[in-house]
Design a protein around this ligand. Structure first.
Ligand code: HDE
Length: 738
């Protein structure tokens, strides 16, 4: 017998916003949330759809009573969505079943090509506010009026991995910002590292091929620790400044929220008189800089491959809106001429100590997307999108990008009308004669689609405007056509060294560890050796440490086009540790509880976390939660084997004697404490918890960053200690590679 169609159960789901448990209340939730905020996405998920229209979307629903009726794409109401149309109950499916065919056909076509690089990304909406006018150097409308707000969309990404890869790959992070200005979209398509691997865009396909999975075996995924990548970079000395950054903790950020962003290239700002000033763009996170350690990153990838996207989603929905300052480094031709390096060379920075950053605005991300595909996947950034008052320099990488991004969007989004997709459409008036093409949504009215024309002001359509319109900076350019690399691009090691010597000892150790790890995955000894030959031109101690870590005889230094400048001043701004937040705000405490755990300590802990502007999650032997010493029930966010300590910035262990003895037998509970310790985290623990450390073989290891939680006041002391984020001396004391 044919099954009866299921009755629709409802047209909209309400996603209840979790509210912070009253501390005085009886039962407590297993996680905290930050201040509640009205986030549109949480209001209701409706089964309606929006149709892109000029001037905004319109919502269509076929509604009967309170419940929307399921329809086909053509709007035909559907009576049965459970069974295809058959000739008899057990007979063949009929071609006539248009609902079935449409449903399957549409499903078959759901995928679009993933981005050739930066495939895995996560986006959010926000707003840019100007805090200091740049009218003195740029005519761009976005830079004129202090206090004015411009809508923004930001997409963070990894570079090498596929769309479904994990978040904590050792990789550069994309930091692409679309600003919907009153003079059209400005896309600042940057990274979280201020330099790049190569100097000329013609090498980009080679670089990307080398880091992506090899063509025969299609692995390794989302990793640079393999022969092809190190083969390419060790044959490309210009990449070594970037290599220092990617081997540093910058390439394993704790969160998108704790990364800097950089425009990388030198751009131009152009004022009303056509005068140009060179500019480098910087995004400085209000959350401070923070990264994880490599062993932790590897484990996070298993425990929560979506760690970064979940973090952004939770922070924004919890009302803890991430914020960055927009800073500019401004300089003129005279500085450019006097600089040790070429400002057109994207493998170089201009140290902030040399050209200080002027903060001109702030970017706040305050809204997650309604639909990942529509917004994050379909957003199309193009470096060529600049409004009047912002212009390009001759950086050969930037020049190449200006071709590549438009080209790739046409392939990825299927045609030239990708600006009709709402996330890509400017939010200012547009008028032009471009028409037709696949999926044209905005179509001109009237008979005129060309200019010049003589149909007059009302019918003739838009006209160019020499005053308002974009004009390119009138730079003198001359010289023979030639395929050359300017001599001024030939210093490949001096700034790599400057970066390395500017790091704290623990950060230098991490760079050495990363190089040893990566090169240990390289099978060909000659590639390992060639890489070390470049390190010799950067820092002799680093080269010796890496050679030793690989069990390699130190090779001769690589032939250098230019001798390394060894006395470039150290730059504190290049270190993460020196630019930490000194706050636990926005961080997450994992609290391991057992039945019978002390209520007073637990309540004191969550009060201290709350006061700090941090969040907590409860880990327990069972997901049903625990009953505290006074009978209060606390829900768990994680069962112990699903909530390893790598998911948290710091951990607290508050258990009863029975709870400690139960957890002491559990391998995942022992991993919880050994990992927290090995990753240099601050650990708060009551006396009973010590049994778990003893069981984990750590009886003699506990140090000053393992803080007691014996009485209520200890909670505050512990959270204050957590402001340092990590207790680095521990790593230098216990790691074999130290
Ligand atoms: Fe990209 N890059 N890139 N890139 N890039 C792309 O465009 C390219 C470079 C960056 O979230 C592609 O839409 C060339 C530097 C980000 O959607 C493609 C060169 C920087 C994103 C492309 C570079 C970036 C991309 C692939 C060498 C930092 C993701 C998909 C000259 C300043 C944007 C796409 C998003 C994406 C080309 C080098 C940043 C193929 C040819 C340097 C953040 O067009």
């Amino acid at each position: 017998m044919a099954q009866k169609p299921a009755a629709p159960t409802g047209s909209s789901k309400s996603v209840a916003k979790p509210t912070r448990p009253e501390l005085a209340g009886a039962d407590i939730g297993g996680e905290s949330t930050q201040k509640a905020s009205p986030v549109p996405n949480d209001a209701a998920i409706s089964f309606s759809y929006s149709e892109a229209q000029e001037g905004g979307g319109e919502t269509h629903q076929v509604v009967e009573g309170d419940v929307a009726t399921l329809t086909t794409q053509q709007g035909i109401p559907v009576a049965d969505d459970q069974n295809s149309l058959k000739q008899g109950a057990r007979g063949p499916t009929l071609l006539e079943d248009f609902h079935f065919r449409e449903k399957i056909f549409h499903f078959d076509h759901e995928r679009i090509p993933e981005r050739v690089v930066h495939a895995r990304g996560y986006g959010a909406h926000g707003v840019f506010e100007l805090t200091d006018s740049l009218a003195d150097v740029s005519r761009a409308d976005i830079f004129q009026r202090v206090g004015e707000r411009t809508p923004a969309f930001v997409r963070f990404s990894t570079v090498a991995g596929a769309k479904g890869s994990f978040d904590l790959a050792r990789d550069v992070r994309g930091f692409a910002v679309k600003l919907y200005t009153q003079e059209g979209n400005w896309d600042l398509v940057g990274n979280n590292i201020p330099v790049f691997f190569i100097q000329d865009a013609i090498k980009f396909p080679d670089l990307v091929h080398s880091v992506k999975p090899a063509p025969d075996r299609e692995f390794p995924q989302a990793a640079s620790a393999h022969d092809n990548f190190w083969d390419f970079v060790s044959l490309t000395p210009e990449s070594f400044h970037m290599i220092m950054w990617t081997m540093s903790d910058r390439a394993i950020p704790r969160s998108f929220r704790t990364m800097e962003g950089f425009g990388v290239h030198t751009f131009r700002l152009v004022d009303v008189d056509g005068k140009s000033t060179f500019v480098k763009f910087h995004w400085k996170p209000k959350q401070g800089l923070q990264s994880v350690v490599w062993n932790e990153a590897v484990k996070i990838n298993g425990a929560d491959p979506d760690f970064h996207r979940r973090d952004l989603w939770d922070a924004i929905n919890g009302g803890d809106f991430p914020e960055w300052e927009l800073g500019v480094q401004l300089f003129d031709d005279a500085f450019a001429d006097s600089f040790d390096f070429d400002v057109l060379d994207a493998t170089k920075i201009i140290p902030e100590e040399l050209v200080p950053i002027r903060v001109v605005g702030r970017l706040v991300l305050d809204r997650v997307v309604d639909n990942f595909f529509a917004e994050t996947e379909q957003v199309a950034f193009c470096t060529q999108n600049v409004p009047p008052g912002i212009d390009f320099s001759n950086d050969p990488l930037l020049q190449g990008r200006n071709f590549s991004y438009l080209d790739t969007q046409i392939k990825r989004l299927g045609g030239p009308n990708f600006t009709h997709i709402p996330i890509n459409a400017p939010k200012c008036p547009m008028a032009h004669f471009q028409q037709d093409g696949h999926m044209a949504m905005r179509n001109p009215k009237g008979r005129v689609n060309y200019e010049p024309n003589s149909w007059g002001a009302t019918q003739g359509g838009p006209r160019e405007d020499p005053e308002r319109g974009f004009t390119s900076f009138a730079e003198d350019a001359d010289g023979p056509k030639q395929r050359v690399r300017s001599e001024s691009f030939s210093d490949h090691y001096s700034q790599a060294r400057q970066f390395f010597v500017s790091q704290t000892p623990i950060e230098q150790k991490h760079i050495g560890d990363a190089l040893v790890f990566e090169l240990s995955k390289v099978e060909r000894p000659d590639i390992r050796s060639r890489t070390v030959s470049h390190l010799l031109n950067i820092d002799a101690t680093l080269a010796a440490t890496v050679a030793d870590g690989l069990g390699l005889t130190l090779p001769d230094p690589a032939a250098a086009a230019r001798k390394t400048i060894t006395d470039l001043p150290k730059s504190d701004r290049l270190s993460i540790v020196k630019n930490g937040p000194m706050s636990f705000k926005g961080r997450k405490l994992g609290i391991l509880l057992s039945d019978g755990a002390d209520t007073v300590i637990f309540r004191a802990l969550i009060e201290a976390v709350d006061a700090e502007g941090a969040v907590y999650e409860v880990v327990a032997p069972k997901i049903g939660g625990v009953t505290l010493s006074d009978g209060t029930k606390v829900a768990a966010k994680h069962k112990i084997d699903g909530g390893p300590s790598v998911l948290f910035d710091a951990v607290a262990i508050v258990v009863s004697i029975d709870g400690a003895s139960l957890l002491s037998r559990d391998a995942t509970a022992k991993d919880f404490v050994t990992d927290a310790f090995a990753h240099c985290k601050f650990i708060g623990m009551n006396a009973e918890a010590e049994a778990i450390f003893v069981a984990a073989g750590m009886a003699d290891d506990l140090d000053q960053a393992c803080l007691p939680l014996g009485k209520a006041e200890d909670a505050q002391t512990f959270i204050e200690a957590c402001r340092d984020l990590r207790f680095w001396p521990r790593e230098l004391a216990v790691d074999l590679d130290a």
